[in-house]
Design a binder for this molecule. Structure first.
Ligand SMILES: Cc1cc2nc3c(=O)[nH]c(=O)nc-3n(C[C@H](O)[C@H](O)[C@H](O)COP(=O)(O)OP(=O)(O)OC[C@H]3O[C@@H](n4cnc5c(N)ncnc54)[C@H](O)[C@@H]3O)c2cc1C
Length: 393
């Protein structure tokens, strides 16, 4: 049987996970990545829903567990260092039961996969042919494929070109990440500093260092979005305006935001694409369904989507349009789960503007974490990949 020729654009978690899932079905894809090398950085990502079951099936759960960040709980700290509320790590909690550095996870997935990989290259044109899709890359190469997978993340160029009806909804602010020293007296806890002003700062543990997160409520400023020094300035200005520059561990976060090469900032955006496949091009991962880092479910969804897509391709290698339809039928129901927290309301809870908002949030979170309602946090997180549509075929 002739194996389908698959080209994946994007060597992030989704692209590398798809490579492994295809390898398991005897297919070696081509991966084209725009960056010159695997993208470093990011803080910890959550492995929720059935993503852990899939990693177990792939024989990778142990190696991923070996990279896990020991993160015990999340603690909200108020002005003066008072603990407002705390939530232990658990399947359905803010800190999941398995948290791994994004870069570590991406490395382990990339090393496990077998692909013809091209870094520093991107697709500039693709067109439908009688037998599939013809792809032209920025280095002048032409590749004939049966299926092109856009796993290019939230700002996917292929999605913009091939799915112009898709949209990006702005969720009311920005989020920035930077490496910082992890304070030893945090005892493995993620700590979130809560003060009025519409800016949240937090520090999470990591394996080599801590990770600072800054969430900012603000109108959209498109001109900073491709300009790292403008983003650094934006973050510093907003922390200053919130009046917290000298508080808590904010000085070290400010320092990293101004100088650290690992600084990364993006608008909080939710992707909506009415269809995920067209003309032998299919969307996967954040390119298809990102709910922004506010949801904490993008990585689990990337792994589940990769498994669903590879399974559908292997079941219908000679009818890839139907395979893409099957994949979409399996993944669509998961959107309600994965994009549940993708809203400005979530950002308002993280980055309260006033003392009143902090009080309401504290009462809500104490009720959730100190009463029998806390069982909601420990039950298995609800996103499980539905069984294949054509399980019997
Ligand atoms: C540097 C970085 C840091 C991140 N940090 C966090 C974090 O701290 N917390 C969190 O929850 N999520 C973070 N994410 C997002 C998280 O990785 C995703 O939500 C999730 O893992 C799904 O991954 P993805 O592969 O769909 O998208 P991504 O992880 O965004 O990967 C997309 C890949 O496609 C590449 N690409 C983009 N455009 C093109 C193009 N035109 N041609 C070829 N390649 C292209 C990108 O360079 C990237 O390697 C981060 C992503 C990146 C890239």
């Amino acid at each position: 049987m002739k194996r389908p020729r698959i080209v994946i654009s994007g060597a992030g978690i989704a692209g590398n996970a798809l490579c492994i899932a295809l390898n398991r079905r005897g297919i070696i894809p081509t991966i084209i990545e725009r960056a010159d090398r695997p993208q470093p950085g990011g803080h910890t990502v959550d492995l929720r829903g059935s993503s852990q079951d899939i990693l177990r099936e792939w024989g990778m759960l142990e190696s991923v567990h070996a990279l896990a960040v020991p993160e015990e709980r999340m603690v909200a700290i108020g002005r003066g260092g008072r603990r407002l509320w705390s939530m232990p790590a658990a399947s359905g909690a803010i800190v999941a039961d398995l948290e791994v550095g994004r870069e570590d996870l991406n490395d382990v997935l990339r090393q496990a996969g077998d692909a013809n990989s091209r870094f520093g290259e991107e697709i500039i044109r693709s067109s439908l042919t009688q037998s599939g899709v013809q792809i032209e890359t920025s280095s002048g190469r032409t590749i004939d494929a049966d299926l092109l997978v856009a796993a290019e993340g939230t700002h996917s160029a292929l999605r913009a070109r091939m799915f112009p009806e898709s949209s990006l909804a702005y969720l009311g602010g920005y989020m920035a990440f930077a490496p910082v020293p992890f304070p030893p007296d945090f005892h493995g806890e993620m700590r979130v500093y809560t003060a009025p002003g519409g800016v949240m700062v937090a520090i999470r543990p990591g394996r080599a260092h801590g990770h600072a997160i800054v969430a900012i409520r603000a109108p959209r400023v498109p001109q900073i979005e491709r300009d790292t020094s403008a983003q650094r300035k934006f973050v510093v200005e907003h922390i200053g305006r919130a009046g917290i520059s000298g508080d808590w561990h904010v000085p070290s976060i400010l320092d990293a935001s101004q100088h650290d090469p690992g600084f990364h900032c993006d608008a909080l955006l939710k992707v909506s694409a009415p269809t995920w496949h067209r003309e032998r091009t299919v969307l996967l991962g954040d390119a298809a369904w990102s709910g922004s880092p506010l949801t904490g479910r993008g990585t689990a969804m990337a792994i589940m989507g990769a498994e669903a897509l590879a399974d559908a391709i292997a079941r219908r290698p000679h009818d890839l349009d139907s395979a893409c339809r099957d994949y979409e039928t399996r993944m669509r129901p998961l959107l309600r789960w994965s994009q549940r927290d993708a809203s400005p309301r979530t950002l308002r809870a993280w980055a309260p503007a006033s003392a009143g908002e902090i009080l309401l949030n504290t009462i809500f979170m104490r009720t959730l974490t100190r009463t029998p309602l806390r069982t909601l946090l420990t039950r298995p997180d609800g996103g499980n990949l539905p069984r294949p549509v054509h399980a019997a075929s």
